[in-house]
Design a protein around this ligand. Sequence first.
Ligand SMILES: C[S@@+](CC[C@H](N)C(=O)[O-])C[C@H]1O[C@@H](n2cnc3c(N)ncnc32)[C@H](O)[C@@H]1O
Length: 451
Amino acid sequence: MLSLPGSTQSLDDYTTSLCELLESPLVRQITGGIHVNDALIHDAWGALPRDWTTWWSSLPDHRLAQHHLIDSIDDAHTSIASPEPDVGTPPESLTEWLQQLRSASLSRAQRAGPCIDLPPELSARMNTKKKAEVSVAAAFIRDACAERNITRVIDIGSGHGYLSVTLAYLFPELRVLAIDGSESQVAASTSFAATLGVPQDKLTQLVRYVDGKTSALAEEMAAWADGQRCILVGLHACGQLSEHMLRYFTRLPFIDSLAAVGCCYNHIVPRSPECPDGFPISARLRSRHVTLSATALMTGCQAPNNWERADLGSPDSTFSNRRLFRAIFEKLLHDKGIDGSSAKSRTPWGIRKGDMASFAPFARRAMHSLQIEDGAMSDAELAAYHHKYQHCKGQIAILWTLSVLCCKLVESVVALDRYCYLVEQGTPQVDVVPIFDYRISPRNLMMVARK
Ligand SMILES: C[S@@+](CC[C@H](N)C(=O)[O-])C[C@H]1O[C@@H](n2cnc3c(N)ncnc32)[C@H](O)[C@@H]1O
């Protein structure tokens, strides 16, 4: 069962409220309708509710507004009325909207579950985040296997093998098949296993690109399973890879269970005539014509609650300057009728330290990358545009924060779609488990299913 957020009573109600919010003009605008880079071209600030922009403009520092917005989508935050001292009272409509955003998102609070202590020979190879993930995921998979009498694990997108090697090394009863599309990842995993002396009959490693279509891989997995039931697992299976896993789970009879955490939603491919299997994959969301723009999918990869908090006593970050410069540059291109996308081959746009000193060197570097002649914009023009729009820095910073504020909403839509797909395929037990501590691993929703 899916744990529905807040006071939502049924899956139908939840789907409706999520879709309505997603379709609302404001959410559409901030998740790609007007990209922050184009904010000055399309007056994105002016398109926001007037009482919100008036309140934000009245604050002594735009970072206070950013903090307030970010705090408001924090699961641990109880009151969003006036979270920071001296901020005053936000407009009621803003408070209501933030409340709506929060209550439409699936809870990310880590669900209590088993955890193992990794021995030093394993943990020494992992960073803090990976250690935390593997300690919990390995314990979860061990218990899921024990419950169903499963001894075979197929790890898809196994990468450096942190999970698959741990499972094969720690649990004598398990045999693991690790599959990854990247030769270098599998090589790293193979060497990791070799240094620990994991025998090859315990851990089989395959370089295979999973495209969801090949029955050849399904046959290889079946041959390896040798008539035994398996659990299919994935630790941060990027974009569509998670969807391919769901299809393998529902279609292959020897796959009994599934435990998959997704990530990199920007690699999800939207449904189209060329990609009929694309997002959304469930009949429920397809019937509601749910779409997520490329910007929205990118938003789903963000975790603003985990960002380092700006110290209001120190100068604004270079990120804010960069976003402002980028928006001014786009406005200049637009006003001069220059098509910045027409360059045949782009020079990699490596911003150097000196480029951020002021707008002119930033713009010159961008022009160079886009193969726009220096003479196309004079120094005087660059200076005039900067002068005209520099006061918009706070607005652009707040618009940027707004654009990532729907991260949990987007992730909830993706999780709901996957959940519904599994249910529609007749899977009797499906759950979405916030398995990791969000503050360490923001991509913490695990799709758990059993036949
Ligand atoms: C985010 S990494 C996670 C790696 C590993 N599970 C971990 O947690 O450390 C995703 C891995 O999936 C692999 N991958 C992504 N798409 C794939 C595909 N379509 N077929 C096979 N492997 C894929 C990548 O090569 C990468 O190693």
